[in-house]
Design a protein around this ligand. Structure first.
Ligand SMILES: [Zn+2]
Length: 83
């Protein structure tokens, strides 16, 4: 998905760090719709389990959870970070 986002944005290969971050965020958003995240978040007992149930890597999940809509969702759900 990451590479597809580069192509969609017209990039020729990898980009400076700030752009790469943006690409990762877009890829994470495309891979994990907020509705899916909401559905799975209450069942998952660990970061790895949530990533598994969403069919993504933990790295992609972390990128997704840093986005404002996911942060707001976790606040509403009184979500506690996994230890
Ligand atoms: Zn890249």
């Amino acid at each position: 998905m990451h590479e597809i986002v580069h192509v969609l944005l017209g990039h020729d290969g990898h980009q400076p760090q700030a752009i790469e971050r943006e690409v990762r965020e877009i890829a994470a958003q495309m891979l994990i719709p907020i509705g899916e995240l909401e559905k799975e978040l209450c069942w998952a007992s660990s970061e790895g389990e949530l990533a598994d149930s969403l069919g993504v890597t933990v790295a992609v999940l972390r990128d997704r959870l840093n986005l404002p809509d996911a942060r707001a969702l976790m606040e509403r759900a009184h979500f506690q970070e996994w230890t």
